[in-house]
Design a protein. Structure first.
Length: 470
């Protein structure tokens, strides 16, 4: 309707008002149609009264939500009704008189507010890509591992890797805190922290590796982990995937072709250089953003539990890899779905918060959401573990402990995951080193299972409060 001509009376519409107002209105109000009657509405009399009825029928959907006749008057003005038309066609002295008559004729109905969008909707492609990026660097060991002295380099790579893992976890947390104050500040933190972390991991691993290719491998691993951490924090997953292209291509040919010593060493080196260049480019891009004045620096101690959790998680994964190397690959690939489920948990929790009216009701819904997400994560790991000839009883407790730890950390609860995972790693490691009964094969799942149980109880208690999701 663009003007008064759209409201012209017609003989076939004499009963439009009665039909529209007596018909179902549940699409607008959500209530049964029989609750919307015209018991309090006095229909008009005569031709002008019928004209007002037809006008009310035409505009009923827009008049019904009005809370005052002035809103109806504004609607009539937008329809182009003039004072002359109001007097001659509808028999009212002015615009406000007609608006009041229409307001009285149409019952009040209010549409439901629009359903808000999920603020935690996950990026499916990005989560899948991140899961792959956690596992793809292992192809470099498939290429270059034959060139290394296995007895001398494994210990050095493990020590340097654990230190890098712990350092990068703490650095990533601190960089995310700095992102809240500005991308330039986060870039400066990453540049200094990644460089220091790579140097520290190299210094820890090279003395164990000695000289030659083993020392080069430790240095390359430390540099790659530092640069990859920078790219992941800054959201440059596609750049990292492109940098890993040479390693992926070389490893894909291994079942059918022997690449030779030069390619076995050169392709991982080429991917390392590409990753370092990509990280440098990403850090340089952060310097184009203007700095934030008086940006407060968060205390270093806030990132300490995240670093300790990284050390504990790396130790647990290493202990699991000693028994079932393929299970570690499955666990690494599952980090993409794990991250996706973290987003889904937050989105489902917000939906549960909107759907409940009591704290007890929300606790029940929150527990159901937690159980559903945990089962959705652990369920596919069972056939995956059996496929690679690994024991699910070893993989599932470790996966549950890691996922619940990441969940708590996503809500800023950092010390319980760090303490429980460190305790599990210390217990399983002590049994493995001492050779005590029941042995490492049983100690690891028992320690991880106990940690997962405690972490789940902690999550139910802390995240079952509505204030945690506000």
């Amino acid at each position: 309707m663009s003007g008064p001509m759209a409201l012209e009376p017609g003989g076939a519409e004499q009963d439009t008002l009665a039909l529209r107002l007596a018909g179902p209105r549940s699409a607008v109000s959500g209530f049964p149609a029989d609750q919307h009657t015209l018991a309090l509405v006095r229909p008009g009399h005569g031709a002008r009264g019928d004209a007002v009825d037809r006008l009310a029928a035409e505009l009923a959907d827009r008049i019904a939500p009005a809370v005052h006749p002035y809103e109806v008057a504004a609607l009539l003005e937008s329809e182009g009704l003039t004072g002359e038309v109001i007097r001659e066609r509808y028999g009212h002295s002015d615009l406000f008189s007609l608006a009041t008559a229409l307001y009285e004729r149409v019952p009040r109905t209010f549409p439901d507010p629009p359903r808000p969008a999920d603020p935690w909707r996950p990026d499916h492609v990005r989560c899948a890509l991140r899961g792959a990026l956690f596992a793809l660097p292992g192809l470099a060991y498939a290429l270059a591992g034959r060139l290394l002295d296995q007895h001398g380099v494994v210990r050095a790579l493990v020590v340097a890797g654990l230190l890098s893992w712990a350092w990068n976890q703490a650095l990533g947390h601190r960089a995310y805190l700095r992102l809240a104050t500005g991308r330039r500040e986060a870039g400066r933190t990453l540049l200094k922290g990644a460089t220091a972390g790579a140097l520290a991991a190299t210094a820890a691993g090279v003395p164990l590796a000695g000289s030659g290719p083993a020392a080069v491998a430790v240095t390359a691993q430390s540099g790659y982990l530092a640069a990859a951490g920078v790219l992941l924090v800054l959201g440059r997953e596609r750049l990292l995937l492109a940098a890993l292209g040479p390693v992926i291509a070389g490893a894909a040919t291994l079942p059918w072709w022997e690449p030779g010593t030069v390619l076995r060493a050169g392709l991982p080196l080429l991917s390392l250089l590409g990753t370092l260049a990509a990280a440098g480019w990403a850090l340089r891009a952060t310097r184009t953003v203007p700095p934030v004045a008086d940006a407060a620096r968060p205390p270093l101690v806030r990132s300490l539990p995240y670093g300790l959790f990284g050390l504990a998680a790396g130790s647990l994964v290493f202990l699991a890899g000693r028994q079932h190397p393929w299970a570690v690959i499955v666990l690494t690939l599952s980090m993409g779905p794990a991250e996706w489920l973290l987003y889904r948990y937050r989105g489902l929790s917000v939906a549960a918060l909107r759907a409940t009216a009591t704290p007890a009701g929300f606790r029940r819904r929150s527990a159901a959401v937690l159980a559903g997400c945990l089962l959705a994560y652990l369920g596919p790991l069972v056939p995956a573990a059996l496929l690679v000839d690994a024991e699910p009883v070893t993989l599932l407790p470790l996966a549950a402990a890691l996922w619940t730890s990441l969940l708590l950390q996503a809500f800023g609860v950092a010390w319980p995951p760090a303490a429980l995972c460190l305790a599990a790693a210390a217990g399983a490691g002590a049994v493995a080193l001492a050779g005590l009964p029941p042995g490492a094969a049983t100690a690891l799942p028992l320690c991880c299972g106990a940690a997962a149980l405690c972490l789940t109880v902690c999550a139910l208690r802390m995240l079952g409060r509505p204030a945690a999701h506000a």
